[in-house]
Design a protein around this ligand. Structure first.
Ligand SMILES: Cc1ncc(COP(=O)(O)O)c(C=O)c1O
Length: 457
């Protein structure tokens, strides 16, 4: 018999209570937080969909690996286990642990970039963009045109525009030190990149003798989409597909807080021995010795085990289906979202939902704040606040104004997700009452984390 219901592929051994608050408590908490949900105390949040990064639940096997860890400063057994798992998965020769993804980015970019250069990507994530721009280098987004249209259905909306990449390398290739592709494409809606597209990037990079790096945070979710959607891939295991994705690249940056199923950790991996040597020297300066890179031995163990669990088919089937389930409920109620639903999150199209709030009055902030006040749900704006401020101080609307509801791995059950759907639909129905915001104060880079807002009258 075939049953349609896809259940959580685990049972729960340890639970954490969530706190129920009243609407007036949440209004006060949000005011106190400068109308920026990043500044809330997590205890005041009922369902926290701020990020899927580092918020997952570890398995019993991971916790037991934690207890087995070796905390030696140099040459720890846990490092060799971590290194073996990462090498087995990625095939890269040099594995450099870092405390999280952005440390891998900073070390890579600070090691190889020169001012005035250009780094193309499908869409740079915020930390990737910031770590490139701080080196006075342009972070160029070349996602396919379909990837910029929220309601448009395409199986691989994260694909990079191969013709635009070819043109860039033909015309200004001397300024491009490497090509990056983010899998899945977080800033573009958690959308996957096809193997065919990655093969195309490889061919173009070979033609122009350019290294190709993956931003691999959600490599397993991307591999699952390839299995589901790419012709000829359905019979392969997610691990075999992931291995091919990595084999097409020369290196990767990785935040193990996502598909490493760990609460902290990351790595930089590559085949170029010279770059790896320079990266390890910088690592020692800022992260730690090359066999721990800012992590405890127990973190390395948790990541090693997490990378094995994340490619399990039962896990990935449940993971991608839970996101799709929320997406289907919202689509059925005519709530505009990025379609099709991405891997780790649902992205509400705040610009489409709130046409009366102009982008520079931050519709994403307005929607995220209302979701918190009405239901205690915390999402995050991905739009004009996150991407609209330029290094020269000017501000333009972001490509889209979205609210991302990121789903932590193995944390919430189907009834939590049902509650989220009900709340989003209720807020969408009261859209006319939502107003824009203005920024009272903000730092010059990564302003979304700490900016203080004020509602407009
Ligand atoms: C695509 C992508 N790249 C890089 C990062 C940075 O990773 P970390 O938060 O571990 O520094 C993130 C984190 O959200 C991400 O989603």
């Amino acid at each position: 018999m075939n049953f349609r219901t896809i259940i959580e592929p685990f049972r729960i051994k340890s639970v954490e209570s969530v706190k129920f608050t009243r609407r007036e408590d949440r209004e006060a908490a949000l005011r106190e937080a400068g109308f920026n949900v990043f500044r809330l105390r997590a205890d005041d949040v009922l369902i926290d969909l701020l990020t899927d990064s580092g918020t997952g639940a570890m398995s019993a096997a991971q916790w037991s690996a934690v207890m087995q860890a070796d905390e030696s400063y140099a040459g720890s057994r846990s490092f060799y286990r971590f290194e073996a798992v990462v090498k087995d998965l990625t095939g890269f020769s040099h594995i450099i642990p870092t405390h999280q993804g952005r440390a891998a980015e900073r070390i890579l970019f600070h090691t190889i970039l020169q001012p005035g250069q250009i780094v193309p990507n499908n869409n740079h994530f915020d930390t990737t963009r910031a770590n490139i721009e701080v080196e006075q280098v342009e972070a160029l987004d070349l996602v396919i045109p379909e990837g910029r249209v929220p309601h448009l259905i395409h199986p691989f909306k994260g694909n990079i525009d191969l013709a635009a990449l070819e043109r860039l390398l033909a015309e200004r290739g001397d300024l491009v030190p490497l090509v990056m592709v983010t899998v899945t494409n977080n800033s573009g809606g958690g959308q996957p990149v096809s193997l065919e597209n990655l093969r195309g990037v490889r061919t173009i990079c070979d033609r122009h003798s350019k290294p190709f790096f993956l931003d691999a945070c959600r490599f397993a979710e991307n591999a699952w989409f390839i299995k589901l959607r790419e012709p000829g891939q359905s019979g392969r295991t997610p691990k075999a597909i992931a291995r091919e994705m990595f084999a097409l690249a020369d290196g990767c940056t990785m935040s193990a807080k996502k598909d490493g199923l760990a609460n902290i950790g990351g790595f930089l991996a590559m085949n170029n021995a010279e770059w790896a040597e320079a990266a390890r020297n910088l690592l020692i300066l800022t992260e730690g010795f090359p066999t721990y890179g800012g992590l405890a031995g127990y973190d390395l163990e948790a990541v090693a085990r997490g990378l094995e669990e994340v490619v399990e088919e039962d896990y990935l089937r449940y993971r991608i289906r839970s996101t799709e389930y929320l997406g289907e409920k919202l689509i059925a109620a005519d709530v505009p979202i990025i379609r099709p639903p991405g891997g780790h999150a649902i992205y509400l199209d705040a610009r489409a939902l709130l046409p009366h709030v102009p982008p520079v009055q931050y519709p994403g902030i307005s929607l995220a704040n209302q979701l918190y006040v009405e239901a205690g749900i915390r999402g995050v704006e991905i739009g004009t606040v996150m991407f609209g401020l330029h290094p020269d101080g000017t501000e333009t609307p972001g490509a889209m104004d979205l609210v991302r509801l990121a789903i932590p791995r193995r944390v919430y059950t189907q009834s939590h997700i049902d509650y989220v759907a009900e709340a989003v639909i209720a807020v969408a129905q009261s859209r006319q009452q939502l107003r824009g915001y203005r920024i009272v104060s903000a730092p010059k880079t990564l302003r979304h984390f700490t900016a203080i807002f004020e509602p407009l009258a």
